[in-house]
Design a protein around this ligand. Sequence first.
Ligand code: CA
Length: 233
Amino acid sequence: MSQSRILVVEDEPAIAETILYALESEGFEAIHCGTGGEALIAFRERPTDFIVLDVGLPDITGFDVCRELRKTSDVPILFLTAREGEIDRVVGLEIGADDYVVKPFSPRELTARINAIFRRTAHRPKPVEDSDAEVIKNGRLELLLERYLARLDGRELDLSRYEFGMLKIFMKHPGRVYSRDQLMEQVWDEPEAALDRTVDAHIKTLRRKLHEVDPDFDPVKTHRGIGYSFSDD
Ligand code: CA
């Protein structure tokens, strides 16, 4: 098995150093970032196998970092918290963390937790960076690609293959604006047979189906004269 890479996001140098030393002694490759922003960039450029994430960071909170990461990745995340009560188990699990430890902790306690999470998550689907990943998760929406199944808040959506195809493209690249031509090219088998208004019509039915679950949930944005994009905020 190749060496697992762990990203450590911690702004206090002494604590970071202790953690890095403990991880390297355990045979992990450890990478360090001192802010949430740096961590998001580092992870996007080269995803790691695990993240140790301090809740109190100088720029954005560890919770924000976790939410952002969870849009595209199922990487195991262990929170570090300054005091009991800063995070409770429910909150941590709601935003997608796997576990947390309270400072001060011993290096042995930390590595034991990490190893336990690795064992538990060993069979999770790969992050969506792999284009053939089976599951795409983005906030409240989840696509199970091989089963053509879409869920919003865990509720199954009855989507046509075109609606599903568009949602898949949108969710793979949140924020990217797609023209009608690009959507046709990627989703329709015979793009020349589809018209601009065909795309619009399927966007409309897609929105309607999302609204059936939550009338206020409108992740598909219209860019007048350009096309559509996906945003989950
Ligand atoms: Ca801190």
